[in-house]
Design a protein around this ligand. Structure first.
Ligand SMILES: [Mn+2]
Length: 367
């Protein structure tokens, strides 16, 4: 099991790579989609939150795919800092919106995804996190509701009042000049049909390129949001996603926080099942209090989930992928995001050191 740090695009600097090393990380997961540069809502020193229904910002340039040179350069910079680049997290909505929408550009957008995967393979980047979602991360509110009045995010009830507008997909605007009006609703089965076609189209390329596609569950995990269905909003639906097309390249970006927010299942049993079967590409670690549609994100050492037990289960099942802190509440200091990350990483490293030095502890914990 390896400990990593997730970095947003504007954080891909030597200073942050050094920070990751100093905190004890060996790996990084990077975002190349810019949620901040063309955003009204996100200041850049926190996870992108947006408002309950506001987009994170404008999607990127639809004609500009990430190049092999760019990917290799970023990998080299990360390795020069003594770290390993474990994954890219999230596709740019501009590159694949009609895969999600089943729109007229779908054939070109499928080619875009295939090209990105091939280039990742060429640059030696082994995993691509994605979120097959129309409404994306939405419906959350933020405020000083965390421990010590830390600003944190969560839900205070369902989020169905405002439908997804045309021109927006996931959390971003891909067409600022779209005609007004809501995106038509689709059925759950139609969303699964689109996912199935997507996986069938791109998995052969991923297998050949040595890149694992890693699916994030819905955040927040409700069956529908903004009048659009969602895909993985209960733990068992991860099984359905894997069964669509069994392959080593069809894997999970397993988010403990999102799984804990789900109304069904047991988060320990879920982590046990998917880690035992080797289906996790990498892990998002985050604690929460409550379940949808009423929960809030917490610090790692509080909340509903016994994180020592989660880590013990991963250890027992010999999970050898990367764990990264997901979001944390913002800590009151000059570097709220970094402080939250360092706090989480320190907690994880302490647990792993304890398991290493006192093996009886993880055997007891993991049950
Ligand atoms: Mn997550």
């Amino acid at each position: 099991m390896k400990v990593g740090l997730g970095l947003y695009r504007h954080m891909l600097t030597r200073e942050n790579y050094d920070f990751a090393r100093q905190a004890g990380c060996t790996h990084v997961v990077i975002h190349l989609v810019d949620y901040f540069g063309r955003s009204l809502a996100n200041a850049g020193e926190n996870q992108p939150v947006g408002g309950k229904y506001e987009p994170w910002g404008l999607a990127g340039d639809p004609r500009q795919l990430w190049t092999v040179e760019e990917l290799k350069r970023i990998r080299r910079e990360i390795e020069d800092a003594g770290l390993v680049l474990a994954a890219i997290e999230n596709l740019d909505p501009a590159h694949w919106f009609d895969v999600l929408l089943d729109g007229p550009e779908r054939p070109r957008h499928i080619e875009n995804v295939k090209t990105i995967i091939r280039r990742m393979g060429e640059a030696g980047i082994p995993a691509l996190g994605y979120n097959f979602s129309i409404a994306g991360v939405c419906g959350r509110v933020s405020g000083p509701v965390g421990r010590g009045r830390a600003v944190s995010v969560g839900m205070d009830g369902p989020a169905d009042e405002v439908p997804v507008p045309k021109g927006m997909i996931w959390n971003m605007v891909y067409n600022a000049n779209a005609s007004p009006g809501p995106l038509p609703s689709i059925s759950q089965e139609e969303l699964w049909r689109r996912l199935t076609r997507f996986l069938e189209d791109v998995l052969p390329v991923a297998e050949k390129s040595g890149v694992r596609l890693a699916a994030h569950p819905d955040d927040p995990p409700l069956p529908a949001m903004r009048r659009q269905p969602r895909l993985v909003y209960q733990p068992g639906l991860y099984r359905r996603l894997l069964d669509v097309s069994p392959s080593r390249a069809n894997a999970l970006e397993l988010c403990v926080g999102s799984l804990a927010e789900m109304t069904e299942g047991d988060v320990y049993e879920t982590v046990d099942r998917y880690s035992r079967e080797g289906e996790i590409a990498y892990v998002h670690l985050r604690n929460v209090a409550g379940k949808v549609p009423h929960y809030r994100e917490t610090f790692i050492d509080e909340g509903d989930v016994d994180m020592l037990r989660i880590l013990a289960i991963l250890k027992r099942n010999a999970f050898d992928g990367v764990i990264i802190p997901d979001h944390t509440p913002q800590m009151s200091c000059a570097a709220p995001w970094h402080a939250g990350m360092a706090h989480t990483i320190g907690y994880v490293l302490a647990a792993l050191a304890m398991f290493e030095k006192h093996p009886e502890t993880f055997r007891n914990f993991s049950g």
